[in-house]
Design a protein around this ligand. Structure first.
Ligand SMILES: *Cc1c(COP(=O)(O)O)cnc(C)c1O
Length: 228
C-alpha cells in the first residue's frame, strides 16, 4: 500500500528545493496529481492531503471518477483528445492540455459555444520530435497558435509538452527550454483569445528541471500514486 500522504510531502519538498535553487515561489507552481489507472478513492485520499488539481488522460475514466469525486478538485485533461470525446470532456475538464490540431480546436470551440462557455486550453507541442508523440511541431507552434485567434469560445492560456523520457532528467532540459522560448515568442504576439501564462511541463522523474526552466504546472503521477 502506497503512502500517498508521505509521497505528497516528498514531492512538495522537491518542489520547494527546486524553487529555492532558482529563486521562485512554490505557490506559483500548480501540482497536478496524475491519477490515471488509479481509482476515485485514491483521488479523494490525495485531496484530503491537500491536492487541489487532478490530471487524467482518458475521457471515460476521467468522467467516471469525476462523477464520484466531483468539483472538490480541479480536473485537467492531459491525454490525446479525439473530437468525438470533446462534448464529454467539456462536462468536467477545467483545463485541456492537449490541443494539437485546428480540427480539434474548432470542435472544442463549437461545443463550448453550444453550452455557453469558454473552454480553457493549452496547446501541446512535440518538443522531442518523436513520431510516437502527439503535439504540434516546435517550428509550426507559433503560427498554429496565432491561427486559432478567430475561435472565440476557447481561451488559450499556455503550452504543454511531454519531455524526452530518460533516466537522466537533464536530458529533458532542452525540451523545456524550447517550450519556454515558444511561450516567450507568443507572449509578444498579444493574442486576442489568450494569454500565455502557463507552461505545463515536468513529470515524476524530471519536474525539478522543468521548474528550473519555468514550468508553473507540473504533472506528477508515479511519485504520488505509485507505479502503474
Ligand atoms: C502519465 C502522465 C504524466 C505523469 O507521469 P509520471 O511519470 O507518472 O509522473 C504526466 N503527463 C502526461 C501527459 C501523462 O500522460
Amino acid at each position: 500500500m502506497m503512502d500517498i500522504t508521505e509521497n505528497i510531502r516528498a514531492v512538495k519538498g522537491r518542489i520547494e528545493q527546486a524553487c529555492e535553487r532558482t529563486g521562485r515561489d512554490p505557490d506559483g507552481i500548480t501540482l497536478v496529481a496524475v491519477s490515471k489507472t488509479f481509482p476515485a478513492e485514491r483521488i479523494i485520499e490525495a485531496a484530503e492531503c491537500g491536492i487541489t488539481d487532478i490530471g487524467e488522460n482518458r475521457v471515460q475514466d476521467a468522467y467516471d471518477k469525476y462523477r464520484v469525486v466531483s468539483d472538490r478538485v480541479r480536473w485537467h485533461f492531459i491525454g490525446h483528445l479525439q473530437t468525438n470525446k470533446v462534448k464529454k470532456v467539456l462536462e468536467f475538464a477545467d483545463l485541456i492540455h492537449s490541443v494539437d490540431s485546428r480540427h480539434l480546436a474548432e470542435e472544442i470551440d463549437r461545443r463550448a459555444q453550444a453550452i455557453g462557455k469558454t473552454a480553457e486550453v493549452l496547446v501541446e507541442v512535440n518538443t522531442t520530435g518523436e513520431e510516437s508523440k502527439f503535439g504540434v511541431g516546435p517550428d509550426e507552434a507559433v503560427e498554429f497558435v496565432k491561427g486559432l485567434s478567430d475561435l472565440r469560445n476557447i481561451r488559450i492560456t499556455g503550452l504543454m509538452t511531454i519531455g524526452i523520457f530518460s533516466y537522466n532528467p537533464e536530458d529533458a532540459r532542452e525540451c523545456y527550454v524550447r517550450l519556454r522560448g515558444l511561450r516567450d515568442e507568443l507572449t509578444e504576439c498579444d493574442l486576442p483569445n489568450g494569454e500565455m501564462k502557463y507552461l505545463s511541463m515536468g513529470m515524476s522523474n524530471d519536474f525539478e528541471v522543468a521548474i528550473e526552466e519555468g514550468a508553473n504546472i507540473i504533472r506528477v503521477g508515479t511519485a504520488i500514486f505509485g507505479q502503474r
